[in-house]
Design a protein around this ligand. Structure first.
Ligand code: 9MR
Length: 359
């Protein structure tokens, strides 16, 4: 947790920010507003504000939520980038070996296209959410290579021209910077990462290819491992274009103060960076102080991306607490997103706006 001084500064800044945002947003104040008749004239969305900086501001979404009209209304309006939370993962796209089903991902791509939003593909190679046919047996290296290549190339080809970036390999390292012992690493060795990037590039030479992970926002053993690997891959001419930092943050673990420096060191390797799955959870119940700190963190994360030229955009891991993955995975935690469960904007939302307007 940060200092009390910083919390007080946050509250002051947020109060100021709230007023600024209301004015910038064109919410009419004055006697009518005081009488409870606030009138919203057209206000810039997070997407429009981010575009002024040449960035996108996006949200993840998932297929079941697309029937929720009030939800999709905000999703379609406020963001210019979408990531499917689950629909493009291996279990969904190749449920039986060699039998591909792109219906879930397509539904999200169609939503995005209808709302002029670009799509990040997520994710081709990951140890989690794999189909049983893949995890339920042993493979020789040459068998698994063929399976992996076919999966990557079929999916990348299907979405060619429809996604601008792919999380090719997701979560390849442990916290201490050693390789995670996944089915791919165990069977194929570390070269599976370079191979996956090459196969993806063959299937769509224009799409940006990323490695993506959590707990790599700060400089440390895990982000160092990515830095080393990225440098090596670039030196070998392997098509790697970006590093995605998920940024699943938690108030109780502290803010990653070296985020901006970390983004910058990847830029210096000639890579794009992106904040790909941002959420900032807290121990429940939420209260005013926690929400204020959370808002400050959202502002700082957004500012860090804006400060580094090659940080191309920010994606939050869904936008409302109504559909956050957090409560199901971390008992007693939640309230991680800028909109609450009733789709009302939280202080975090205004803090993001402040960062996008002021900077
Ligand atoms: O948001 C996803 C959630 O609906 C799934 O149940 C979960 C399964 O692990 O995956 C979530 O998304 C993950 C993402 O694909 C990779 N980074 C961590 C995310 C949160 O678990």
């Amino acid at each position: 947790m940060r200092t009390t001084r910083s919390t007080i500064r946050t509250r002051l800044r947020l109060a100021g920010a709230f007023a600024t945002v209301l004015m910038a947003a064109g919410v009419v104040t004055g006697p009518a507003a005081q009488a409870g008749e606030e009138r919203h004239v057209k206000q810039p969305t997070l997407a429009e504000l981010a575009q002024r900086h040449g960035r996108y501001f996006g949200s993840a979404t998932d297929n079941p939520e697309l029937t929720d009209r009030p939800y999709t209304e905000i999703l379609g309006r406020e963001f210019d980038q979408i990531t499917p939370g689950n629909g493009m993962k291996w279990y969904a796209t190749e449920p039986e070996q060699g039998v591909f089903d792109f219906s879930k991902g397509d539904e999200i791509v169609n939503f995005a296209r209808a709302h002029h939003q670009k799509v990040r593909g997520h994710t081709l190679v990951w140890h989690s959410q794999l189909p049983d046919w893949l995890t339920g047996r042993e493979w020789t290296a040459s068998e698994l290579r063929a399976v992996l290549k076919k999966h990557i190339q079929t999916e990348v080809r299907h979405y060619r021209g429809k996604v601008f970036a792919w999380d090719v390999v997701n979560e390849a390292f442990n916290e201490d910077g050693t390789y995670r012992e996944t089915i791919f690493y165990r069977t194929l060795g570390p070269g599976y990462i370079a191979d996956s990037l090459r196969w993806a590039h063959e299937a769509d030479p224009r799409v940006k290819l990323y490695l993506n992970d959590y707990n790599i926002e700060a400089v440390g053993p895990k982000s160092d491992a990515y830095h080393r690997l990225a440098k090596e891959l670039r030196a070998q001419g392997v098509p790697l274009h970006g590093i995605g930092m998920q940024a699943h943050l938690a108030l109780q673990y502290g803010y990653p103060d070296t985020l901006e420096d970390n983004l910058r060191r990847f830029s210096r390797l000639g890579l794009d960076t992106a904040l790909t799955e941002v959420d900032i959870r807290m121990e429940l119940p939420a209260d005013e102080a926690k929400l204020a700190t959370q808002a400050e963190w959202y502002r700082d994360v957004t500012e860090a991306c804006l400060a580094v030229r090659r940080c191309v955009g920010v994606t939050i891991w869904d936008y409302t607490d109504k559909y956050s993955w957090i409560p199901a995975f971390f008992e007693g935690e939640g309230a991680a997103l800028p909109w609450d469960e009733e789709l009302r904007r939280k202080p975090a939302y205004y803090a993001i706006r402040e960062a996008l307007i002021r900077r």
